[in-house]
Design a protein around this ligand. Sequence first.
Ligand code: KG4
Ligand code: ZN
Length: 339
Amino acid sequence: MRLLAIESSCDETAVAIIEGAPGAPATLLASKVASQIELHRVYGGVVPELASRNHSLHLRPLVEQALADAHLSLREIDAFAATSGPGLASSLLIGATAAKALAATTRKPFLAINHLEGHLLSPFIDRSGVPPHVALIVSGGHTLLLDVEKPGSYRKLGTTRDDAAGEAFDKVGKMLGLPYPGGPEVEKAAVQGRPDAFDFPRSMMKDRSLDFSFSGLKTAVLYTLTDRNPVDGTPKEDDLPDLCASFQQAVIDVLIHKTLRAATTSNRRTIALSGGVSLNRSLRTAFARATDDAGIELTTADPALCTDNAAMIAFAGLLRHQNGECWPLDSDIDPAMPL
Ligand code: KG4
Ligand code: ZN
């Protein structure tokens, strides 16, 4: 069974082809991503109309390249999947319409995949199964803690009450004058800094709920900036590494604390990390140490599959197809699709 998937929910256009059989690890035959980061950088964030125009420009060549990488023709694909939400409506429409057109012309099934399910399952692409676990999805749009019984059976344990973790990285990066997206830039600057240089708040740590809040932390960074440079609030050059390291540590501490608590309350012995922020090396190292101390297994997605990609959509599609699921060609996208 071979499935071709398209991801176009935000600013990355991606196509992947996966091959798999029930109970065996799936094989990724192709995974192509056309990043639009450079295009949106000058605006300091994603411009939806630019994103959708570029999806339509890149999609056809990417499908052709993916087929060439996999040494397959379109007729040898057994099903087509696309991200149908959550995401930017105009961006989702491009990928979903293309996948439906391919399914219609080849008379093969179409699968509408939730982007978050893609991230959630991404740590298990090369495994022969998905064990019950606690999942932490940390991306630019979401911070979600879930209890996963099996693929398709998800219980939400906690989410952010304001900014997503990646959004907080990006906004703090912007405040500090770093290029978009801020996450990787903050990580780079933090390497030379001391994580305990500034005592930033760890919001809702003592709270019984498993929800997160990052807006207080963001404001604390802003106040520290204006305190230390009342003229224009820009960071003094010497402060930048310490500010980044201290901010990053505050985010990491909260994510680890809540995720370990979620594993305890759900009685799970495996934690899976996914989403763009899970690329952060300090976060990975800290999670590895904390889970090791707690005797919990940690599963992380391959770095190439942490940020938006179609391989994760293909894998989610494969599991849904193996479960006998298929969507009608008139099914709509849903920019706010819940998991
Ligand atoms: O999963 P993703 O590609 O897109 C969404 O679905 O949102 O995640 C992108 C987010 C951005 O906010 C970006 O700044 C963040 O992931 N990110 C990082 C790192 N690399 C990407 N955050 C912290 N450290 C990183 N190394
Ligand atoms: Zn994503």
